[in-house]
Design a protein around this ligand. Structure first.
Ligand code: NAD
Ligand code: IPM
Ligand code: MN
Length: 362
């Protein structure tokens, strides 16, 4: 079996604490399923690297990692040292854009045994996936300031919606919806306020829907969609959204399932021309960093999504993915749990328990 070459970038804050648990789970996968990984660690994309070099990554970052099979990423951001727009545009957002990872898949699931904040919800009631556009939309560095420092100061931040960019994320989302039992797609819009970009998004949605007569679809203005996430999460199956709307929905969804500490993401280049990137949805959490109390489940679940993607349908990889998910579910249901879920275990204890469970699976 092929050895997977993985670029490991732990980054900042709790990224450095949850990454060892993601790797521990993958080592358990190697033991149990014979899937081999070759991990290469990079200290880029961190405040320390920035302090030493005045930039987040070396100039040859693209050449250095473009031939890896995947990137496993912790979190980046340490605003006391580097302003967030510098650190993010200097690392994570570069990966997404330059490796054309135009799909950001973010599953949201109420897990057995996890007390969520919404009353009377059972596992199964909240089980959807946010398919977020990941390379354009509201996330641009286009625009600028004029008359800076005067009363006439003007700041412009452009959005970009290309036909290729919108169509490919809509197509991907319809394909995901078609593959799921409920075959239901919900699209986030705001065509009442954003008078150019969102009517265009909706128009492309209607066009794309014609190719999927078996998929039921609807659209929701983003404001009421956030309310429906809280009030009727059962109605969602696949949610497709632009970059910014998808970002917001993919923190809100996990919050409705109890914690952002379990939410995974897969930044995909579906054509596999470039490495895809797997990372927790959450950030570097400066408020809890350095205490070894962060929940490692988001990192381990992201590593599981990586195993599944690398396998591309191979049965052994699928079995390893299933074992990782069962181990995660067991730890969430029976413990040990971290403090965000009301438990008392630390990051390492939860990671070790999940790895031990994966090893038993083969
Ligand atoms: P955050 O996700 O880092 O933290 C938000 C809250 O959730 C905090 O109270 C934190 O303690 C808690 N939390 C997050 N992950 C947790 C975990 N695994 N276990 C338990 N609790 C957890 O968001 P923020 O505070 O807005 O951002 C902090 C920094 O991270 C900023 O620099 C931001 O730009 C960056 N950030 C990076 C990413 C990324 O790398 N993908 C994502 C989001 C934010
Ligand atoms: C995420 C993060 C990033 C985003 C930030 C840190 C740029 O919030 O991965 O969700 O907005 O995409
Ligand atoms: Mn986010």
């Amino acid at each position: 079996m092929k050895t997977h070459r993985i670029a490991v970038i732990a980054g900042d804050g709790i990224g450095k604490e949850v990454m060892p648990e993601g790797l521990r789970a993958l080592e358990a996968v190697s033991q149990a399923f014979g899937i081999q990984f070759d991990f290469k660690h990079f200290d880029w994309s961190s405040a320390e690297f920035y302090q030493k070099h005045g930039q987040m990554m070396p100039d040859d970052w693209f050449e250095t990692i473009k031939d890896f099979d995947a990137i496993l990423f912790g979190a980046v951001g340490w605003p006391d040292i580097v302003p967030d727009h510098i650190s993010l545009w200097g690392s994570l957002l570069k990966f997404r854009r330059e490796f054309d990872q135009y799909i950001n898949m973010r599953p949201v699931r109420l897990m057995p045994g996890v007390p969520g904040p919404l009353a009377n919800k059972q596992p199964g009631d909240i089980d959807f996936v946010v398919v977020r556009e990941n390379t354009e939309g509201e996330y641009t560095n286009l625009g600028g300031k004029i008359f800076e420092g005067t009363d006439r100061e003007v700041v412009i931040q452009e959005s970009v919606f290309t036909r290729i960019g919108v169509d490919r994320v809509l197509k991907y989302a319809f394909d995901v919806a078609q593959s799921r039992p409920k075959k239901h797609l919900s699209s986030a819009t705001k065509s009442n306020g954003l008078a150019i970009s969102m009517p265009y998004w909706d128009e492309r949605l209607e066009q794309m829907a014609q190719h999927y007569p078996d998929v039921r679809w609807d659209k929701h203005h983003i404001d009421i969609m956030t309310a429906r996430f809280v009030l009727q999460p059962e109605q969602f199956d696949v949610v497709v959204a632009s970059n910014l709307f998808g970002d917001i929905l993919s923190d809100l969804g996990p919050a409705c399932t109890g914690t952002v500490g379990i939410a995974p993401s897969a930044n995909l280049n579906p054509e596999r021309h470039f490495p895809s990137l797997f990372e927790p949805v959450h950030g570097s959490a400066p408020d809890i960093a350095g205490k070894n109390i962060a929940n490692p489940v988001a990192m381990i679940w992201s590593a599981a999504l990586m195993v599944e993607f690398l396998g591309a349908g191979d049965a052994t990889h699928q079995a390893a993915y299933d074992a990782m998910m069962q181990a995660i579910e067991q730890s969430l249901e029976q413990g040990p749990r971290t403090a965000d879920l009301g438990g008392q275990a630390n990051t390492t204890e939860v990671g070790k328990a999940i790895a031990a469970q994966i090893e038993k699976a083969a």
